[in-house]
Design a protein around this ligand. Structure first.
Ligand code: F0G
Length: 460
């Protein structure tokens, strides 16, 4: 690596962003009930809420949009997308979906064939967990414990705890396991990668007990890049070859294409060879997403996605992508700000439990630090901690998250290193004034998915 990452693209179109005054930010945050989800994006200077659908398309993708075939059935755009997905995955059956959760709502219920079934994942993403539960099953996570040791280097903190995986299967009974979901990279664990070795073992266990393996591959290309960098035997393989090895180790691929598809909207369902499952999903997709050759997308969206999928496998693009996240992480770490180390693929996860130990978990330290960062720099992060986790459905007590994370999520090909330096400087200022940050209490809390709509006031 150079002293700093250098982007393998230049800027052709710009979108102005505007910094409102500190006074206005204080007012806007109060109006938003101290919940960054409720801010208008025009009041945000640098938006690090998510890397989902927030990236920039290339001029090849913008040109491809013009080729969109908007036929309801059998559009040319679908066949272009299908060809690319088949090529990358080696899978036989492909359907588009409007986004990741659209793919989930079509496939997951078809895998739940009876009552009291379970899915096991390294960590289920929130919407995946929701669709598992809506389908009447339960979601169990089993990531390695090293994942939560923030300071210790481990090359694949997203890995499955293989012993625990097999224990769960034996305890619940193999006939009750609807599927094993490999989330690559492991978003909720900090965008940490999963090794091919680990996926190989997961696949072996799954085959032994005859359980289908699903890849939740929103960021599968970033995962393949980490494998190339860190796993012995893959140094000289291409990203595409590594991704193919991963796909060979699963049966079903679900993708939020808003990440490594490099598009603003889109999702993918691909099935290796199970024709019966494909037919069931074809029936299920019509009332939920749309006809199987558009799945909720415009023809032009499918064309942009077909091009984006190829671009995201480019190694130079991925090197810059992963290095810019590391660049931000390094600036923070050098200044003493506690972060998850090493940084993952799409975000820097900041340990707000350590920044604000004076704020109890049920006054949401990571939300409080996020708000302070908005006031300081007009930057919008997202809380991944006890606020997101919610309440125990039986006792209604606030659950305590393992870590009170604030996620600084980096959109793809969107911000420059100057922006990231500014983010680091702003957060370092917040860190140096950390004793003054106050906890939050609810003034409104919705019974479900409360983090999106909750309102708060600072605890005096
Ligand atoms: N799976 C993973 C691993 C995800 O990160 C997401 C979305 C989804 C599935 C659902 O996809 O949003 O297209 O419906 N993650 C976003 C985030 C929202 O901010 O991490 P979707």
């Amino acid at each position: 690596m150079h002293k700093y990452p250098i982007p393998p693209y230049k800027i052709k179109m710009v979108e102005p962003i505007k910094m409102i005054s500190r006074e206005e930010r204080v007012k806007k945050l109060e109006e938003a009930g101290y919940n960054p989800f409720k801010l208008r994006s025009e009041d945000v200077f640098i938006d690090l809420l998510t890397d989902s659908g927030t990236g920039a398309m290339s001029h090849f993708q913008w040109s491809a949009l013009m080729m969109g075939d908007e036929a309801y059935a059998g559009s040319r755009s679908f066949y272009r997308l299908e060809k690319v997905v088949k090529n990358i995955t080696g899978y036989k059956y492909v359907m588009p979906a409007h986004q990741g959760r659209g793919a989930e709502q079509v496939v997951i219920p078809e895998l739940v064939t009876k009552e009291h079934m379970y899915f096991i994942s390294n960590i289920h993403f929130d919407t995946t967990r929701a669709h598992v539960e809506i389908a009447g099953a339960r979601a169990i996570d089993c990531v390695i414990k090293e994942c939560f040791d923030l300071d210790e280097y481990h090359p694949f903190k997203g890995n499955f705890d293989l012993e625990k995986l097999e224990e769960i299967i034996l305890e619940k009974g193999k006939e009750n396991i609807a599927g094993i979901i490999m989330t690559i990279t492991n978003n909720s664990a900090g965008g940490q990668p999963v090794s091919i070795e680990n996926m190989t073992s997961v696949n072996k266990i799954a085959k032994k007990y005859d359980i289908p393996v699903i890849i939740d591959g929103a960021r599968y290309a970033e995962n393949a890049y980490f494998v190339k960098q860190r796993e012995k035997g893959y140094e000289n393989k291409t990203i595409r070859e590594i991704a193919k090895v991963a796909f060979d180790l699963a049966d079903i691929f679900l993708m939020s294409a808003k990440k490594d598809g490099l598009v603003n909207i889109g999702g993918i369902i691909a099935i290796k060879d199970n024709e019966e499952l494909f037919q069931k999903c074809q029936t299920n997709i019509v009332p939920k997403e749309g006809f199987p050759t558009y799945g909720g997308l415009a023809g032009r969206d499918m064309d942009a996605l077909a091009v984006g999928l190829e671009e995201a496998l480019d190694e130079q693009y991925l090197a810059y992508r992963i290095d810019e996240v590391k660049y931000l992480g390094d600036l923070l770490k050098e200044a003493g700000v506690p972060i998850q180390y090493p940084t993952g693929g799409h975000a820097v996860f900041v340990d707000c439990g350590a920044i604000a130990p004076h704020i109890p978990y049920d006054q949401f330290p990571a939300q409080a630090v996020s708000n302070a960062l908005y006031i300081e720099g007009g930057i919008r992060p997202v809380e991944i901690g006890s606020l997101l986790l919610g309440r125990d459905p039986d006792t209604h007590e606030n659950l305590k998250a393992d870590k009170e994370f604030m996620r600084l999520t980096i959109p793809r090909r969107t911000y420059t290193l100057e922006h990231l330096r500014y983010v680091a400087e702003s957060l370092i200022k917040v860190y140096n004034n950390r004793e003054s940050i106050k906890g939050l209490e609810f003034t409104y809390e919705s019974p479900l998915l409360r983090h999106f709509t909750a309102k708060f006031k600072p605890v005096e």
